[in-house]
Design a protein around this ligand. Structure first.
Ligand code: ATP
Ligand code: MG
Ligand code: MG
Ligand code: MG
Length: 562
């Protein structure tokens, strides 16, 4: 491509509203332009890089046995109503209606659409397993779109969905996807880690995230300093065995009588100063009540039980049940918790993580001066705390360390979550209808582009790894008025094209300083400067990454720029 014919609007100044490196550099190097908050135009260079990332993804998906299709962004509300997510997805789902008043959503993800497609067209067990994927624009009305492409409201995702007749078959495809993801992010040159993730209420180890290591990452990874263990902190919180500190033991003493098998309370992560009362949170795990007491004056709006290990079901108790379990009147006691996440252990080995955002801030909405054990009996022991650096690793090897990560991919065993809700079935060998067992596998394609930019840059600009650079070679004739330079540049440009090297020819009549600055900013792996010695057929090669440069005769150029 000739630079005069494409659009690479570089900027000298750092844009004021961009506060991380990748966002600044992608704007400055002319890769992206913001069209609305969280909505970007991919300029020609970004488009080429996206294409390269996508072609790596396509190759690896093909290897994993996934077939590409393309589903619509516009999705009828009925599908989301069937799955139930119309009512639970919240404001992130972009909703709208057509001229007839029918409700629609812009696809935030495609489990509903794909489940309905497969349900219509795949009736027999003989057609399973089946894995389908697409690379498509997604819409999520993020509360805080930020960091450019890292958290957009419109973004590109690769999403794959697999359909199975058995858990074993799902395991097999899940593992293939895991391998494909490892290959994809390795081929993109990224420094990343696969981590155990939080699977919501569905259960244990059946979901992993792929995290690009970066200080600006919004996720925290807890990993062992000596073993392979790595988990999203939300997940690690659920599995780390925690021993109370003396201070916490003392706090516990204050609220409970010594020999009861009871509730624990840990104050270290609440605002201890505002302990005016005790609040309780009662929920059931596999039908058995577990109660947590929380001290402090926290507001409760909503409590979600987020993650449960070793438990089939978890449900929050309402007021009446709470009273029944506690065996004492609770007045207008509401479910309570703290801002943030709690990790809870009950002594029958149920491990629960509760995501409690609070709301009972009116008088009478909580116990005052109530002493557990004295005022009511409690049968379960619970203990909770945030995991911290230095805690023992859950695999028993080493200590926990923290790192920050950018979630670029996520693989997930869904089971029958969608097929059950949407009554999506195949017929088994005996002609009986069975729900499809499903998996889903996402990659943030546009986020990956940003993550690469975040990891590969220096003080002069972007430094693209070869595999995903928009072009491989930047040809720069220093002086466009010099015929020898121009004709050699043209000759090398043709040579590159003929040998399938992607080349960008800076044929603009700009000052050399401008050309070089732009070239560093754009960050193509190889720069070839066609300058003073053009008449002798000698050019200068500069490797962007190392800064290494050398002169070379045009005849020897190609093998040297590989
Ligand atoms: P996050 O935790 O960052 O909000 P998510 O867990 O909601 O992401 P998934 O539903 O797992 O995202 O979607 C699959 C992939 O899509 C993610 O791993 C991520 O790479 C990408 N992705 C999700 N939300 C965004 C966004 N707002 N902008 C860009 N990419 C995104
Ligand atoms: Mg999200
Ligand atoms: Mg996430
Ligand atoms: Mg995710």
């Amino acid at each position: 491509m000739r630079q005069s014919m494409t659009l690479i609007p570089t900027l000298r100044e750092v844009p004021a509203d961009a506060d991380i490196k990748s966002h600044q550099l992608l704007l400055r190097a002319g890769f992206i332009r913001q069209t609305a908050s969280g909505v970007y135009t991919y300029m020609p260079l970004a488009k080429r890089t996206l294409d390269k990332i996508e072609s790596i993804i396509r190759e690896e998906m093909e290897n994993a046995g996934a077939a590409e299709l393309l589903m619509p962004a516009l999705q009828p509300a009925e599908l989301w109503q069937e799955s139930g997510r119309w009512f639970t997805y919240g404001d992130e789902l972009m909703r709208m209606h057509d001229r007839h008043g029918r409700d629609f959503a812009l696809g935030a993800t495609h489990e509903e659409v794909i489940t309905s497609i497969v349900n219509d067209d795949v009736q027999s067990y003989k057609r399973l397993p089946l894995t389908l994927y697409q690379i498509q624009t997604k819409f999520r009305d993020e509360k805080r779109p930020r960091f450019g492409l890292l958290r957009g409201r419109e973004f590109i995702m690769k999403d794959a969905y697999s359909f199975h007749t058995s858990a074993e078959s799902l395991d097999e495809v899940y593992n293939k996807m895991y391998t494909a993801y490892m290959n994809i992010f390795t081929r993109c040159g990224l420094d990343f880690r696969a981590v155990l993730a939080d699977s919501g209420a569905i259960g244990g180890k059946d979901t992993q995230e792929f995290m690009v290591l970066s200080e600006i990452g919004e996720d925290t990874i807890a990993y062992s300093d000596t073993s392979d263990y790595a988990a999203n902190i939300e997940m690690a919180e659920c599995v780390v065995d925690y021993k109370r500190t003396t201070e916490e033991e003392n706090e516990l003493e204050k609220i409970s009588t010594p020999n009861q098998k009871t509730i624990a309370e840990v104050s270290s992560f609440f605002n201890v100063n505002s302990q005016k009362c005790i609040k309780s949170l009662v929920f059931k795990v596999d039908d058995e009540p577990v109660m947590i007491l929380v001290r402090g004056d926290h507001d409760v709006n909503d409590i979600k039980v987020k993650n449960v290990l070793n438990a089939k079901s978890v449900e929050l108790c309402d007021h009446e049940e709470t009273e029944e379990i506690l065996g004492c009147p609770t007045g207008s006691l509401g479910p309570v918790g703290v801002n943030g996440k709690l990790k809870v252990y009950a002594d029958h080995a149920v491990k629960v993580m509760v995501n409690a955002v609070c709301g009972a801030n009116e008088d009478g909405y909580h116990f005052s001066n109530v002493n557990p054990g004295r005022d009511f009996e409690v049968d379960f022991y619970a203990d909770f705390r945030f995991i911290t650096e230095g805690d023992p690793s859950p695999d028993g090897q080493g200590r926990i360390r923290f790192a920050r990560g950018i979630e670029v991919g996520h693989i997930f065993k869904l089971g029958t979550r969608y097929s059950e809700a949407m009554d999506a079935n195949y017929l088994d060998e005996n002609g009986r209808a069975q729900n499809y067992i499903m998996g889903c596998y996402g990659i943030g394609v546009s986020r990956t582009l940003s993550a690469i930019a975040e990891q590969f840059n220096d003080e002069n600009g972007l430094v693209w790894p070869k595999n995903i650079a928009p072009y491989h070679v930047h040809l720069i004739p220093v002086n466009m008025k010099d015929d020898a330079q121009v004709s050699l540049a043209e000759e090398l440009y043709e040579l590159c094209k003929a040998n399938r090297y992607d080349a960008l020819l800076d044929d603009r009549s700009e000052r050399p300083g401008v050309k070089f600055k732009d070239s560093d900013l754009i960050g193509l792996p190889i720069r070839v400067t066609i300058g003073k010695r053009a008449s002798e057929g000698i050019v200068e090669v500069k490797v962007r990454k190392t800064g290494e440069s050398f002169e070379v005769d045009k005849a020897n150029l190609l093998p040297l720029i590989n």
